[in-house]
Ligand binder design. Structure first.
Ligand code: AMP
Length: 597
């Protein structure tokens, strides 16, 4: 293996990447760097994200910049704003010891005027999404006449997103004597069109076998009845207590629904999809990046450009419509030398798709058994014990309290204390799974199923009525006000002091229903009504007659709801959210008012 120096990387860049901890080149860098340092070289590189491709193209293009010439000399095209910003960050890091080198990210959704101003002042590298760059070209505010290197990153994604025409128009403006490098995780037909038209004898580099998925990824599928998909998801999340992953759904609606259910069921989850504003998406992505969110439920499109290296799992909540998307989804785990698991929770009708994907990734799926309640409890217990072993004890901070704690517990022996500590953390989980029927794995040939489903379904969890011991309320805020289950929980927390158990939450567009324990109903009514949120009055009422405790009816709410629209303010609960700890814990569960498992 060669060193970066031997590949021709110059001193200022070497210094920067050494500081970033890059000791030796990754395979794609070994292939691409020397080639791009040359002239008139075109490359097609089949490489997944996470293989080190940003540095593979970034280091040579930066090195070839003439800083004294204040014109774009390198152009990087990529599919999303997030990827655009990330590539820009990386290029800025690599070039921090090259004085005066300027990299400009150009993407839609931000002020075009400020991009024009920066272009006028002079930049050397433009990293752009195709639509916005074309806009700037049409306004004659960007000159691509001196570009020596063009990179198409995630080319297959750009084509999937319908950028083919824009890419063609952009490439037509770039001088024909330049290096061009095209990165793609897969090689659909459209790519061949671009390479034929714009590339000359391109060198083809394949990192891993052509169309082969990353070797570090294990592919597992669970075949369940459609109605058991969510229960299977919860079991998988419970079975991997330290899971840090993306749950891919097919539609925005499904994404929001699954995220809502997970949050309601006490998981540290959030949603990412196109119906959220850009600011909300940024906020969620940032929380996920810093691991304040453990499970991100996302659509394929919204998750593009979210670059996180340490995902332990990717979960396909159903297989994607486009088989090719599977490679992108699963390629988000097992990155930068780590191992990862790509889990597919699918229906027997998707069996054929599994076989197709196996052919594409050139690897067989393992058939998974949904973990039993017993196995999950064991896993959680040993995870807890592991944490106890590893926890850092701040002797100084706790020393003053220890004598009283020891005195209080002196009647218990070591075994008792251990048993109590374990029970404190895990009783809920044990209770939940104690009588739960196992989810039956579907017989793939007959599609018959013998089990009767989980206890929660028998209990009518999904019915519209409130559960035993709970009162159901109407609330005059809904999804269109930006309300999600966690914000509703926070709203209750804010208004009503002390502990409150929250049951089912049912969010509608303009209003919502939620349940609290019957004993707390009066307090909720008293404390929440009249509370002002960004200039708008919160209104809570009983939702339906239950044991004679109702004072309203659905018809009544509808009238009220339309009346209350008049004073609808700009409620933005997301901005009021408190950061949640990494993973829910029993203390977290009991101190915050949360829905039950
Ligand atoms: P990329 O495929 O460009 O997104 O890179 C994946 C990850 O690998 C990023 O976190 C990079 O910072 C890291 N990386 C890239 N090249 C190297 C290298 N030669 N040594 C160590 N880490 C690297």
């Amino acid at each position: 293996m060669k060193t970066f120096e031997e590949l021709g990387v110059a001193a200022p860049i070497l210094k920067a990447i050494q500081e970033m901890g890059y000791e030796s080149p990754m395979p794609v860098q070994e292939e691409v760097i020397p080639f791009l340092l040359g002239e008139d070289n075109d490359v097609i590189a089949l490489a997944q994200t996470g293989t080190g491709k940003t540095a593979a193209f970034g280091l040579p293009i930066l090195q070839k910049i003439d800083v004294n010439l204040c014109q774009p000399q390198a152009l990087v095209l990529c599919p999303t704003r997030e990827l655009c910003l990330q590539i820009t960050d990386d290029l800025n890091e690599y070039s921090k010891y090259i004085d005066g080198l300027k990299v400009l990210p150009v993407y839609g959704g931000s002020s075009i005027e400020s991009q024009i101003k920066t272009l006028k002042r002079g930049v050397h590298v433009v990293v752009a999404t195709p639509g916005r760059l074309l806009d700037l070209m049409n306004r004659k505010t960007v000159n691509l006449g001196l570009v020596k290197n063009v990179i198409l990153d995630e080319a297959d994604e750009m084509l999937n997103m319908g950028f083919t025409e824009s890419i063609n128009s952009i490439l037509a403006e770039v001088p024909s004597s330049r290096n061009m490098l095209l990165f793609s995780a897969t090689m659909p037909q459209g790519i061949a069109g671009i390479t034929r038209k714009y590339m000359k004898n391109p060198k083809e580099i394949v990192i891993g076998k052509k169309n082969e998925g990353n070797k570090n990824i294990k592919h597992v599928y669970y075949m369940v009845q459609a109605r058991d998909k969510y229960l299977a998801l919860k079991r998988i999340a419970d079975y991997y207590p330290n899971i840090y992953g993306i749950v891919f759904c097919r539609t925005r609606k499904e994404t929001q629904e699954i995220a809502d259910k997970l949050i309601q069921d006490g998981y540290n989850a959030d949603s990412l999809h196109g119906e959220l504003s850009q600011a909300q998406r940024d906020y969620v992505m940032q929380k996920f990046r810093v691991k304040n969110v453990q499970l991100l439920v996302a659509t394929d499109v919204a998750a593009r450009g979210l670059d996180v290296d340490e995902l332990t799992h990717v979960i396909n909540y159903g297989l994607p419509d486009e088989i090719e998307s599977y490679t992108h989804r699963s390629g988000r785990t097992g990155r930068a030398g780590r191992t990862g698991i790509s889990i597919s929770i699918c229906h027997v009708k998707e069996k054929g798709k599994i076989r197709q994907i196996e052919r594409i990734i050139n690897k067989e799926f393992e058939k998974g058994e949904i973990p039993s309640g017993k196995a999950i409890c064991e896993k959680q217990i040993f995870n807890l014990i592991d944490q106890v072993e590893k926890v850092k004890v701040d002797e100084e901070e706790i020393s003053a309290l220890l004598p009283s704690i020891f005195r209080k517990l002196e009647w218990l022996d070591k075994e008792d204390i251990i048993k109590r500590m374990v029970s404190l953390e895990l009783n809920r989980m044990i209770d939940y799974y104690k009588d739960a029927d196992e989810i039956q794995v579907v017989d793939e040939r007959s599609e018959r199923r013998s089990g009767s489903g989980e206890r929660e379904r028998r209990n009518g969890r999904n019915s519209a009525n409130s559960e035993e011991g709970f009162s159901r309320f109407f609330l005059n805020f809904g999804k269109s006000d930006g309300l999600f289950p966690n914000q509703l929980i926070e709203l209750v927390n804010k208004c009503v002091p002390g502990k409150i158990r929250i049951g089912k939450i049912d969010l509608r567009d303009n209003f919502s229903f939620f349940e609290v324990e019957e004993g707390e109903a009066n307090r909720v009514l008293k404390e929440m009504n009249g509370y002002e949120l960004e200039g708008r009055r919160v209104s809570v009422e009983y939702a339906q007659s239950k044991k004679g405790d109702s004072s309203g009816s659905r018809g009544g709410y509808r009238e009220r709801k339309s009346g209350s629209n008049r004073d609808r303010g700009s409620f933005s609960p997301r901005s009021e959210r408190k950061e949640k700890p990494w993973r829910r814990t029993s203390s977290d569960r009991s101190s915050r008012k949360k829905s039950r498992y």
